[in-house]
Design a protein around this ligand. Structure first.
Ligand code: GLN
Length: 393
């Protein structure tokens, strides 16, 4: 294996899912719904499978889908992306992240990352030969955190990290794994720094449709001062609750889209036309799509509240989650001196509940870290079974 992959191990998500299956545990680890997404979408994809669209799609995506993406992004952000030159369909957001990082990071370049962070950022940066400049988010139960609230930024640490210089930044809001939705003020402050460095920013917004009031999603692309630097990444899989769709998209000014398209062409060339055309068909039905998103959001909010109450009764310190389908919690009061890797294994083996240790989301994890991530994109009965396992065993 080439040296640039030395720092990459097996994905924690695959590892915890395998362990979960082995112990027949309830899997709140890897972020995938255990309920069905919209059948209208499956019907639409099936129809496309049975029609004649059975050859390669255009490399940057089917025109019908790019048109609907452009409409959707404009209706949610007010920003217009030209489907011909500024929108690219990828094999999920993961491929989009890989392409964008490899398009813009040269060996030795510094890349600003807010951590904890989705682990594939680190893997793609390592592949490109870049260097991570971390900015830590602080959990509410730490001396620097905001007690009783969500994860926060220490601005003097942020300024110190930025002073090392960076040419690319990765920004993710709503944020995996913490569930933090960055406020308008935080986003403006971060954008100013990016502008000052003239850095390209990859804005991972795959959880854009899962935000719980009073939090509000502000897309980086809506800030006119840095619009020309923003590469915006979305995911149909997250939006429609079918992670198997493996379809995502990138919206960026044409000069940045050119770079993303080059790497995309060299990695997968194109994604399945059936899925793309099926997605276009359902997104075309604006009223249906809008209603679907509203009811999905309502249902996720209930799930979040339910899981939070179970975990609090079980003795966890639950951090505020304002978006995504994740929440983090501290087990400090339950088994404070055990590492998160050991604790998550014990939870699977003893309680039959699977979670993800937060240390997996750091380039170099802080020493004492009693935090784990729970995914709540699960049926009510699944969450109820977690209550039975944690509270009655
Ligand atoms: N994004 C998903 C999560 O954070 C995992 C995706 C994957 O398994 N690569 O759980």
């Amino acid at each position: 294996i080439a040296k640039r992959w030395n720092s990459t191990g097996k994905s924690i998500f695959s590892e915890m899912t395998a362990l979960s299956n082995l112990h027949n545990a309830v899997n709140l680890g890897q972020g995938f719904p255990d309920f069905y997404g919209p059948t209208a979408l499956l019907d639409a994809i099936s129809k496309e499978v049975l029609s004649c669209h059975n050859q390669y799609a255009p490399s940057h995506g089917e025109a019908a889908l790019r048109k609907e993406i452009s409409y959707f992004v404009e209706s949610t952000t007010g920003v217009i992306y030209d489907p011909e030159t500024e929108i690219t369909v990828t094999c999920g957001a993961s491929e989009a992240i890989f392409c964008a990082i490899n398009a813009f990071v040269n060996p030795g370049d510094r890349v600003l990352v807010f951590e904890p962070a989705f682990d594939i950022y680190y893997q793609a940066i390592a592949n490109a030969g870049g260097e991570v400049v971390p900015v830590r988010l602080h959990a509410p139960d730490t001396p620097v955190g905001v007690r009783g609230g969500g994860w926060s930024i220490d601005w003097s640490e942020f300024d110190a990290a930025c002073s090392q210089g960076f040419s690319v930044a990765i920004f993710n809001s709503p944020h995996n794994p913490t569930g933090k939705v960055f406020s308008e003020e935080e986003i403006d402050r971060i954008a100013s720094k990016i502008l000052k460095k003239n850095a390209i920013v990859l804005s991972d917004e795959v959880y854009e449709n899962m935000v719980y009031s009073p939090a509000r999603h502000v897309s980086l692309c809506t800030l006119p001062k840095i619009q020309h630097l923003v590469v915006r990444i979305s995911s149909a899989a997250k939006t429609f609750g079918f992670t198997g769709l493996k379809t995502g998209w990138v919206c960026a000014p044409a000069y940045l889209t050119d770079g993303v398209r080059l790497v995309h062409q060299a990695t997968v060339f194109c994604t399945s036309p059936y899925t793309q055309l099926g997605l276009a068909r359902v997104m075309e039905n604006k009223e249906w799509f809008q209603n679907y998103l509203l009811s999905q959001n309502e249902s996720y909010l209930k799930k979040r509240n339910f899981l939070k109450s179970i975990l609090e009764r079980a003795g966890f310190l639950v951090h505020n989650s304002e978006g995504t389908f994740f929440l983090t919690a501290s087990y400090e009061n339950l088994a404070g001196d055990i590492s998160d890797i050991i604790y998550t294994k014990q939870l699977v083996e003893t309680y039959k509940v699977t979670t993800i240790p937060l240390s997996a989301f750091y380039k170099q994890a802080p020493k004492s870290l009693p935090w784990i991530r729970f995914a709540f994109c699960k049926k009510e009965e699944t969450l109820q079974s977690v209550a039975d396992l944690l509270l009655n065993s």
